[in-house]
Ligand binder design. Structure first.
Ligand code: ATP
Ligand code: AMO
Length: 466
């Protein structure tokens, strides 16, 4: 066995060299009995290989073996690199390998449940192909998710999950550079952390328990434990009956909590710097992935400002009112109103990323600090991309007696969170933080229409497999 060459590295400089590669048989095209073309794919790069019967080196049997390979099987190919005179269509590398040896390392079943060529086409291409009378199958979302291991091999899906990885990297790198400590809080907890009924209940050795709806309580308790500034990247469980394009029953939360000196604006300042750095890093480091996503699911690059726009909730509902959309002054924005406001903000300020703050207290969780000047409002904010929420955050109540009172007023059984409330009895610094939905960030940055596209193995009310 010689040295391995990556398909990505195959180019004219290797002409006449013998190489050994491993990849998937993406396409197999027999030409008569003496010749077969294989397209081998490795890590998104493809190369055409020619298996041609020759007296001393390649037997007719080997050609037959190549022609009978099933798509997506993993093969090792040894051969000599040649540079063809005409450009090669259907492969990323502009060289061909004249195959000398061929091994099948792992065979795929002869008929795949998804045709990957069809699964990789954009809607525009599908329409064109259908009009041209081509036979193809529109691969629907459920089928894709049922056979996710195959589905994620398409270039767009590879791109989506590399972008997701970079969002996590950028989040961690930026926060570590700002002195934040990464923490890991329990996911098995005694009660609800957000209030509300959307919790998965389970039996914890005879005691009732829940899957954590967020790291909210423990990230705040970490601040009481003197970590100063903390973050966590971890699973969040919501048993909500939400059959929407943006709700999952399990998602990845990017959570932050930090001491503040004076004002919840300190938290929003961090959101601003963190996200501008994150978007810059996606645009710089994920060009190829963004292109792969865009070529199947076309989208415009996200418009964002160097200094993130901030509007108060009151300013937001006034903008809506000005175009005839009436919102209860202390009510919540529904999905439609959030989208509309996103549109208005884009038209007026030229950004698709902005912060809306000073929400009515009545629609925020019990731990949210009311505004000092008007307790009908709160020191809280949501952050939007393309008119949809990606972040909720706030300054927290750090006075235990008041926290108890707020929890009770919000209908929460204070006994279930007594150790959390007690944490504030030993001296608690003023603090605030926020939670980001990772899958939503990727979905909205890439202008995708469904959060299931950005969750590797999504969990929704109807799906717990694969
Ligand atoms: P979060 O729960 O973190 O605030 P969210 O995006 O679900 O995130 P909500 O405040 O729960 O925000 O909901 C905002 C709006 O989204 C609601 O006013 C409602 O219009 C819509 N919405 C929420 N859940 C559903 C659902 N299950 N079905 C349809 N619309 C929903
Ligand atoms: P919230 O409940 O708003 O706030 O959640 C924070 C962020 O998580 C994402 N998100 C979801 N993503 C997918 N599926 C869901 N069902 C879902 N629900 C929420 C959204 C949302 O903005 N403890 C607070 C945060 C804080 O104040 O620090 C919290 O959990 O992107």
């Amino acid at each position: 066995v010689g040295e391995w060459t990556r398909v990505e590295a195959l180019g004219g400089a290797l002409e006449n060299n013998s190489v050994l590669i491993r990849g998937r048989a993406q396409a197999i095209r027999p030409v008569g009995k003496k010749m077969a073309f294989l397209v081998i794919r490795e890590n998104g790069f493809t190369v055409q290989c020619l298996v041609q019967a020759q007296p001393d080196t390649v037997s007719a049997q080997m050609v037959k073996f190549a022609a009978a390979l099933s798509r997506e099987s993993i093969v090792d190919v040894e051969g000599v690199v040649s540079v063809p005179t005409a450009p090669i269509k259907g492969a990323t590398q502009q060289v061909e390998i004249q195959v000398r040896k061929l091994y099948c390392v792992s065979r795929a079943v002869p008929t795949l449940p998804i045709n990957l060529e069809d699964a990789a086409r954009s809607e525009v291409e599908i329409e064109k192909a259908l009009q041209a009378g081509e036979q193809l199958v529109r691969v629907n979302q459920d089928t894709r998710l049922n056979f996710r291991v195959l589905d994620v091999r398409t270039p767009a899906n590879q791109g989506i999950f590399r972008i997701q990885s970079q969002v996590g990297n950028a989040f961690r790198q930026f926060l570590v550079s700002q002195g934040f400590c990464e923490i890991h809080t329990p996911k098995l907890i005694a009660g609800s952390s957000e209030g509300g009924a959307a919790v998965f209940r389970l039996d914890y050795k005879g005691q009732p328990a829940c899957l954590a709806q967020s790291p909210q309580l423990h990230k705040q308790m970490s601040i009481c434990g003197d970590f100063g500034r903390v973050f966590e990247i971890g699973p969040v469980f919501r048993a909500e009956d939400s059959y929407t394009h943006r709700h999952l029953c399990e998602f990845t939360g990017l959570d932050v909590e930090m001491e503040i000196k004076k004002h919840y604006f300190e938290v929003m300042d961090l959101v601003d710097r963190l996200f501008v750095a994150m978007f810059d890093s996606l645009n710089q480091n994920c060009k190829k992935d963004l292109e792969a996503v865009g070529s199947q699911y076309p989208f415009e690059p996200l418009k964002y400002l160097r200094k993130t726009l901030r509007l108060t909730y009151e300013e937001g509902i006034q903008m809506l009112k000005d175009v005839g959309v009436e919102i209860e002054p202390y009510g919540d924005l529904n999905t439609e109103a959030e989208r509309k406001l996103g549109q208005l903000v884009l038209e007026k300020y030229g950004t698709e990323f902005y912060i809306l703050h000073r929400y009515p207290l009545a629609i925020r969780p019990f731990y949210t600090m009311p505004c000092y000047d008007n307790p009908a409002y709160s020191n809280s904010f949501d952050v939007f991309i393309r008119g949809e929420e990606i972040i909720s955050g706030a300054q927290r109540v750090h006075v235990p007696e008041f926290l108890e009172q707020r929890a009770a007023a919000c209908g929460i059984d204070v006994k279930t969170i007594s150790s959390y409330i007690d944490s504030f009895r030993y001296g608690a610094p003023p603090h605030g933080g926020f939670g980001v939905g990772l899958e939503r960030v990727v979905m909205l940055f890439c202008g995708l229409n469904n959060i299931r596209k950005t969750s590797l193995f999504p969990r929704d009310p109807l799906r717990i497999a694969p």
